[in-house]
Design a protein around this ligand. Sequence first.
Ligand code: IPM
Ligand code: MG
Length: 378
Amino acid sequence: MNYSIALVPGDGIGPDVIDQAVKILDAAGDKFGHVFNYVELEAGGCAIDKIGEPLAAETLEAAKQCDAVLLGAVGGPKWETLPGRLRPERALLELRSGLGVYANLRPAALLPQLRDACPLKDEVLAAGNSGGKPGFDILIVRELTGGLYFGPRGRSADGSSAFDTETYSRAEIERVLRTGYAAAAVRRKKVCVVDKANVLESSRLWRETAAETAKEYPAIETSYLYVDNCAMQLIRAPGQFDVIITSNLFGDILSDEASVLTGSIGMLASASLAGSGAGKPGDKIMGIYEPIHGSAPDIAGRDIANPLAAILSTAMMLRYSFGLEEEALAVEAAVNAVLDSGLRTRDIAGIGAGKQEKIAGTKAMGEAVLKALEKRGG
Ligand code: IPM
Ligand code: MG
């Protein structure tokens, strides 16, 4: 099967890590008999420098023509003083809404090899875990094209007050819930809907809609938490969570909190989907796949950045956009094997590798994953 992928390396370490991710995608293609064709696009700071805006209309159009988007990172200090509508981050928001990727999946799991990077104690990591073993494996499903990020906003005539608006329709809430339930169905079958229904009317609509939608998923346990309590529970007993479904702003905040629990932000991938995910090979569901670590301009181009989050993002693409589960598992297993071998980029150096530890740069790490992938299953 042929797939066309928009590559948006972006700024900072974006190009460093995307180069490695593409190598892995190509290797997975060779191994399993798929062809990935790439369309390279500029968005973010590099686009501002070149054409004066973070995302050209033609760039968005070109991305729409592809089956999925692989994005590095955008932004950097160079563009931080620009007015809001010209900031590199606009490119992200416009890609998200332009491609209609309303469900953002942010996994945060404790990798056994990187246990020591997690700041929590064993007893905290064991609390709320059915097996009583320390660890957690959480998937945050964040609504991505609505809510406070996209609602009406403005200032009063004299500029002395400002407002942003949280608006959600039942339809917007329901579709992201369905993506979350679909994910939970192939995980531990638990959904926690997070809102602020004790105060916000929009949150009350979330809760009502969730209560109705939940009836269609009797095999999945649904619970509800207020966002402040959820923020607390995440550091009190993260093992209690499977899938968390929440609004755009709450998901932004909670996913940063969850990423710190893993202790290795350089390892975390994300997917933003325009549907509930591909069911089988041959399906094509639009998605944006990106590492969550950002552009880290201070280490850009120095062969230091950890490419594993970008590589794991390609695994998510294979799974959620193309229904290629076996391929996705092969990429994930290759990353796992490399971590087991003790290879570490600088950001995860000194964690869990013991005497086997060897420090690798961006390219060497990519190369190691490539070798591991080629070796697997002949
Ligand atoms: C994220 C980021 C973005 C967001 C910013 C850069 C606009 O924080 O992807 O979580 O708030 O969505
Ligand atoms: Mg964020």
